[in-house]
Structures are given as C-alpha cells and as structure tokens.
Design a binder for this molecule. Sequence first.
Ligand code: TMO
Length: 337
Amino acid sequence: MTIILLKHILNVLNIKKGEIMRKIISLISAVIISAVSFAGISNADSKKPIVIPTHNWSSQIVMAYVIGGIMESMGNNVKYVNADSQAVYESIRIGDVTISHEVWESAFGKSFTTALDKGGLLDWGDHEARTLEDMGYPNWVAEKGLCPGLPDWTALKNPDCAKNFTTPDSPDGKGRMLEGPQTWHGDLIPQRVDALGLGDLWWVKFAGSADALWAELAAAEKEGRGTIIFNWTPNFTDADGFTFIEFPPYYPGCRKSDGGDGKCGSPRGWLKKAANYKFPKTHPHAYTIFSQLSFTTKQVGEMAALVDTDKMDHKDAAAKWLADNEDVWIPWTKAGM
Ligand code: TMO
C-alpha cells in the first residue's frame, strides 16, 4: 500500500530511482536513531511511585523520608505506606512495596530469608552499621548497684536483683522486663527467660510502642527503681549510656522458633537493604543510588535522636538530616550518571 502510494508520488514528482534509494536509507537511519534514543529514554526511571514502608521505630521512619527525599530530589515519585515489619518482606516479594531500608537481622532475618528463598525479593546489601537488638538497662541501674554482676545474665538468677525490678503490675512480685511490641520478634524473650530458668523471678511484659519503652526509662529513673527494657543499637540511647545484658552467645538455630533450646542472646547482626526484583528495571537510577546508600551507626543513631531526643516530627527530622548531610548523600545521586 505504502509502496504503491510512494510509486504514485514519485511518478507524479518524476523523481529518479537513485534518489528513492537515498530517501529510503535516510528513512531507515532516522528509524534507527530514534530507536536508540528511545532506548535511552526508557533507561530513565519510571514515573510509577517507589513504595517505601514505614514501621514503628524512629530511625526507620526518618530514614524512609531521608531515602524518599533523595529519590524525589532526582525526580522520582515516592509513596509511603505504613506496613507490618514482618509481613513487609512478602509485600516486597510480590511487588506491593518496592524497598526495605532497615532489615534488622535479629527481628526480621527469618522473614527476610523466607521471602528471599521464595524469589521476588533481592538482598540489596548491608549498611555499614552493625546491630544488636536485646534486653538491657540504662547505666545508672548498675551504678546504683541494683543488680550486682550485670551485664552477665547470670546476675538475673539472684532474687535480690529481681526484687529491685518489681512494678505494681508484676505477678507474684517478680521483676519486670519490658519487651517491645510483640510484632517485632514474637515470643522470643519470654521463651528465652523460661529456657534460662529465670521464669520464677522475672516477668516479661510487652510494650505497645517504642515510646512506651522510652517512657519506662524516664519513669524508672524518677522512681529510683531498676528497669530492664528491650532496646537496640544503633539508636539514640547509644549516646545516653545503655548496656545490653550478655546472654549466652547466639548461634544459628539456637532459638526456639528455629528449633533450638532457646538459651541464647541475640546476634551481633547485620542491617540490610532489600528490594523487589523489578526495581532495577523500572527505576535504574534510583536502584543505583539505593545500592550505594549505606548508613553508619552514628548516622542511624542521629536519625532516631532527632525524633526521640529532640522531639522533632519524622518528616522534619528527615528534612533536617538531608540539609545537614548533603556531603553524604549528594555523591550517591551522581552514581551511575
Ligand atoms: C527492629 N528493632 C530495631 C525494633 O529491633
């Protein structure tokens, strides 16, 4: 059809054959050139939003807005969704959530590995920061002599220690340990307390939020009673003087939930990044930055402190962190350009 039409036009215009060939060649090269530049355009990030999850502890929420802010600064669309911190790995695997930027080994290692093995979720590498998530106490507890022998866990076997940690709600006058929300790592701590034979002296209560843990630190100090809470590092408490109890060392498989006897503390663990497997294809530039991105213990602690110490709103904290640390993150945005 086109050829007939072309012939007709040529007849009309009385153009010579050689000239037709030249026209065709120039047409073909125009098609090739535009195909190449189209490939170039498709190398830009999709306008589809990058979905970043928020959970229920401060550094994670601030870091979500920090990473989202970096990606937005490069023209990406970002969407934030509040998500359960265990279920999120399945959500990433099936593509409902794009990335996870704080995968803590102790709490989420198992959910992460399960999704990784099923396929669809990719390990995006570790932050520089190493982690610990375990029970511990503010240093003034030891300085007041409330439990001689700490941080060695065997000090907890002493009834004279446990009685200094009693609260009005403690059953049978047991010492209270305030664990974080149960969504973080289930029954890990009650199982450990029982496995280590501490159940007659100690009671584990779950807090409803991270804020309840920080409120407990303040209340115990005011009341002059001992306190043991679940906490982690990096966190804002790194700067305040907080000591983790030294339980028997962790080894893979030692936990009840992994088929072990449960007589072990938490690992000195990693802090990973994860992403849906399509992320490099849909957002090649954002993906390169997410690969580069790595935070130190100090940086993660700062993000938490802006909220928990300085009482900033998470989004304001992220904006301040980005403004104060351009030398850290601007170089990441130049990667792969
Ligand atoms: C996952 N967390 C930092 C609360 O242990």
